[in-house]
Design a protein around this ligand. Structure first.
Ligand code: BEZ
Ligand code: FE
Length: 300
């Protein structure tokens, strides 16, 4: 027996967890316990505050569905997703196009569309063109790369917010041509608020934050032998370009649409963006985000 106080309980916990056979689980849980105990001591956490936090996390869990991942949203607004992304980028064999958040609105199984198609079923504003080339880090074209795109519409809504659950819109998958080029039509998405009707939105409001993301188009590119690229392009003239609620913007990902005589669809404003895919590395740890539907209870 030992008399434990708020300090010695940390070592007692670590000692008991010392039997963990999986070394990585052991390392992660030890650090988590040390930091969580230190956090409680630093703020002198009271029982009622801790119960409030547990109630909050319970609500976050209950808000998760096949089309909504409130825990990812929580990680996003706390800047943790951005930290994990930056660590992931640092482990790449070479640095290609910078990554950005996958966010909670990615869905597997969008339609594969021919190059030049529009990803918007009923555009109410003039379309724009997004085009460019997918290459390796040395500029060699990558034919047949899968380019998955998804975005909000001109009103700032994703399909799952604008339509019923099953209806896919404002998203599509394309294959680069023999010279690695891609192009498709879309509308300029409107910047939007993260979902504010759940516990995470309530927290953001309590913190006096605006909850807005600047206008952006999500891109996920896969090419054989290369590291999967999860990124997004951000429109530089958006009012919230410098204060993204989820810290996804990097300067190299900021774009502007313009009249462009070299665009494959002349007459429409265009954004040209070339993507560089780094080589796959042994230490690749997978995608930094997921389709909400892929989170199933461990027992299933
Ligand atoms: C998004 O870009 O879709 C997104 C990312 C993080 C939180 C909410 C939305
Ligand atoms: Fe988004």
């Amino acid at each position: 027996m030992q008399d434990l106080d708020e300090n010695t309980v940390t070592d007692a916990t670590l000692a008991q967890m010392g039997t963990t056979p999986d070394p990585r689980l052991k390392q992660i849980m030890e650090a988590a316990v040390r930091h969580m105990h230190a956090f409680a001591r630093e703020v002198d956490l009271t029982p009622s505050e801790w119960l409030t936090a547990i109630g909050f996390l319970t609500e976050v869990g209950k808000a998760c569905t096949d089309i909504r991942q409130e825990f990812i949203l929580l990680s996003d607004v706390l800047g943790l997703s951005a930290v994990v992304n930056a660590l992931h980028d640092k482990k790449a064999a070479e640095l290609g196009t910078q990554s950005s958040l996958l966010g909670p609105f990615f869905r597997e199984g969008a339609a594969e569309l021919p190059l030049g198609a529009s990803i918007i079923a009923n555009p109410s504003v003039p379309e724009i063109v997004l085009y460019g080339q997918v290459t390796d880090n040395d500029g060699r074209p990558l034919p047949n790369a899968l380019v998955q795109v998804w975005q909000t519409d001109e009103h700032g809504l994703y399909d799952v917010q604008a339509h019923d659950d099953a209806h896919m819109d404002m998203r599509g998958n394309f294959r680069t041509d023999a010279s690695g080029h891609y192009h498709f039509r879309t509308v300029r998405p409107l910047g939007y608020s993260i979902p504010m009707d759940g516990p995470v939105g309530r927290l953001v409001a309590q913190q006096g934050r605006h909850g807005m993301r600047p206008s952006h188009i999500h891109i996920l590119i896969t090419a054989e032998g290369h590291r999967e690229l999860v990124t997004a392009l951000y429109f530089g003239d958006d009012d919230h370009i410098a204060s993204d609620t989820v810290f996804g913007v990097s300067n190299s990902l900021v774009v502007q649409s313009k009249a462009d005589p070299e665009s494959p669809i002349p007459g429409l404003r265009a954004v040209r963006y070339d993507f560089k895919m780094p080589r796959a590395a042994d230490n690749d740890t997978g995608r930094v985000g997921a389709d909400p539907a892929s989170f199933k209870p461990a027992a299933e």
